[in-house]
Write a protein of this length. Structure first.
Length: 205
């Protein structure tokens, strides 16, 4: 009994020491984890660094020289000089075609006016003023009316109008009363468009 009593305090001391060591280890692990989390949380943002090579390459860029600009401008001028004649020719051709189309519309207007009003309608082709228009009897009363608008072809399309006849009459039967075909020529620069109006009032080109 004496031996057991002598050993009892020692066993208690061992258990106490074991408990103390466990507490110390736990406290240290908690402290380590808290410190680690704080370090991860308070990490400062990484700032980009520019090396000397990138700065040097950026500063080494330059614009075009005067000689390069002059060469580019001379090439553009040469290309425009080659393309402008074709563009101008196409523009003049389109103007003559549009003027011819408007003359054809006036021919149709004269035929329609003669049929609707039951009287003679006249198509006027004035090469001096370069205008085309249609006149017919009034719908009521006496006198002559201008049907529709006067086509100022010379001013609108910048073309020259020439015709082999100044007028062409249409009967109420919608047929023209001409004795011969009329040739209408529309010219602008190097481009020319020709239209023929038959003796019965049919326009062809």
């Amino acid at each position: 009994m004496t031996a057991e009593r002598a050993l009892a305090p020692r066993r208690g001391c061992g258990e106490r020491r074991h408990r103390n060591v466990a507490r110390v280890v736990r406290s240290r692990s908690v402290t380590y984890d808290a410190t680690r989390r704080a370090r991860v949380t308070h990490i400062s943002p990484v700032r980009p660094r520019f090396d000397g090579a990138s700065v040097t390459s950026f500063s080494a860029r330059r614009g075009f020289s005067i000689i390069e600009l002059l060469i580019a401008m001379s090439l553009m001028t040469a290309m425009l000089a080659l393309a402008y004649p074709r563009f101008d020719s196409a523009r003049m051709r389109e103007a003559t075609i549009s003027a011819r189309r408007e003359v054809a519309n006036q021919v149709s207007r004269a035929r329609t006016a003669a049929t609707q009003r039951g009287c003679r309608a006249t198509l006027h082709l004035n090469g001096t003023t370069e205008r085309v228009w249609v006149t017919a009897c009034r719908a009521s009363g006496t006198g002559i009316d201008t049907i529709g608008q006067v086509s100022n072809i010379g001013a609108r399309y910048t073309v020259n109008l020439t015709s082999t006849a100044a007028t062409l009459d249409f009967a109420p039967t919608s047929l023209a009363l001409g004795t011969a075909a009329i040739t209408v020529t529309l010219a602008r620069g190097t481009q020319t468009s020709t239209m023929t109006i038959s003796s019965i009032g049919r326009a062809t080109w």
